[in-house]
Ligand binder design. Sequence first.
Ligand SMILES: C[S@@+](CC[C@H](N)C(=O)[O-])C[C@H]1O[C@@H](n2cnc3c(N)ncnc32)[C@H](O)[C@@H]1O
Length: 475
Amino acid sequence: MTQRSSRPSRPQRAHPPRGRTGPARPPVDDPARQAALDTLRAVRQRDAYANLVLPGILRERRITGRDAALATELTYGSLRAQGLLDAVLAACTDRPLSEVDGAVLDALRLGAYQLLRTRIPAHAAVASTVDLVRADRGSGAAGFANAVLRRVTGQDEAAWVEEVAPDEDTDPIGYVAMAHAHPRWIAQAFAEALGSRGEPLREALAADDARPAVHLAARPGECSADELAAMTGGEVAPYSPYGVHLDAGAGDPGDLDAVRERLAAVQDEGSQLCAVALTRVPVEGRDERWLDLCAGPGGKAVLIGSLARLSGASMDAVEKAPHRADLIRKAAGDLPITVHVADGRESGLPEGGFDRVLVDAPCTGLGALRRRPEARWRRQPSDVAPLARLQRELLTAALSLVRPGGVVAYVVCSPHLAETVGVVADVVRRTEVEWLDAREFFPGVPDLGDGPSVQLWPHEHGTDAMFCSLLRRPA
Ligand SMILES: C[S@@+](CC[C@H](N)C(=O)[O-])C[C@H]1O[C@@H](n2cnc3c(N)ncnc32)[C@H](O)[C@@H]1O
């Protein structure tokens, strides 16, 4: 690890007071950065979700085109990279970041992101950030931000990683976690799922750190993937028969005509594949009652419900949260889906009453971090055990709701072993059930490992890191 010759001295003032420290100026005319900064603040102060806050700000302020694209890139990029940015910023000040005014810290993260991970010229990145701080917090805070960011400009991202990351030889996981801006415990969980601390782990974290393409699912019976690609200018997805990929910078996909007219929905290709896999497993005899046990907000329920309609089946959808149950009803429209607000562990639905059951269980979401920029810094290792307990209980309930000979798909958007094979192996040990080789039901998808479960990965499949196990209740 290289050592910096000296820590930067305290910038300008020994202790710039918190809050306003000088005359504020009128708001700066930089709508993209202002939108990004306001979103970072909402995420920090109110635990808001950036992908809900930012589109609202852009709409309200009528920010479009290049400004909207820049705001999106800076917001999501700064949030994704936060751990790395904070380590660099901490090395550029001589007091803990916890003592830096929150609003100033948001701006410093925005500035550091531009300096380390964009092609924006350094002088523009520093000056624009300092202007934002001056307008909001006054000239003292602006001087502090200027001094810190100038120190960040001293070297590029790779050199900073060498300085702030743990030593690569003694802590390879800690090193690669810092280099690709992931908390160490998440990198460790990925390493365990991949069975590697080397190149596959680096590739997985790098893919997880990049801006993902938008994935759409054409609604079966309404529109084909070819038609959807032609309508949206996207590309037909490589594996899902319903999938289309759009460029990462393609704007708000909710504005697309195909999505507004319900011919398609925004849905990761891995989610599509797991939902479709449930419908591909042959079952003998009756095949007309399907169930989604954790259905909100309804992405998979709509895809499976569309396939149910085409094959003459109907579907029940269970969701514990009433507002998410409402979202399923809205998304389902006239599909043959009956929505129940209930706990899937005691839904009151008939035991053995269903031919196919999906358990898309609540999980840490570690497999979809690239789509939820702030999530990686919010999740904690202590979240895993209670979720794994709930997942086991939901899967056990699903196995009592499926009829003999029927099939259950257990799906999570996480590769954490405690939520994936840990849950399934435990339930299989305690229940009489056949663990099917799920790989057969992901035709054409390469690199699916040794089975019997399927673990998808962003770096191998271009999907979220979705996990799917298929279980059959003995006839
Ligand atoms: C991973 S999400 C499901 C996503 C959904 N299948 C889709 O594709 O849109 C898990 C859902 O389970 C719900 N949930 C959590 N605990 C539950 C329980 N005990 N019973 C039923 N649903 C539950 C959550 O509110 C959440 O909506």
